[in-house]
Design a protein around this ligand. Sequence first.
Ligand SMILES: [Zn+2]
Length: 150
Amino acid sequence: MTPEFVIKVAKRMAKNRETKIRLREIGENIYPAGFCEPGYDKGKTVILGNWNATDRYDALTHRRIRLSDGELVPRLQGILEKMGCLIEWIDACTRCDDCSRVFRTEPDSYDWQAFGWSDLDKAETKCGDCWANDDSEDGDQAHDDMHQAG
Ligand SMILES: [Zn+2]
């Protein structure tokens, strides 16, 4: 079994639009090259997504109501983890344009430091390894710009 196959099965089981959209996003964010950030298990496929149970807002009661297939995404997460994948949140990580590996964009601890960053002018996102290997002056300049901006 591959992650792609398991996600395909989950998609077939999904009934609600919100759940289908979530599963599609998960299916489009499988990174076999894994993490490049220090401290992460580097041999594992990383899959990014929103892993919360799917629900909808009910205007009548002003509450969020779990969808009938709401547990599908958390169940899928459990299966993918058992398969040895690293599950991360899509709003906390991104992919390097050069090496296709993943790094965090949001802190997960007080002493966290960004291992990669985006050059907004060139719309390029690279990890620390790839910026370091970039011998053009652009790389250094982008680094300086980002640190000034931050
Ligand atoms: Zn990279």
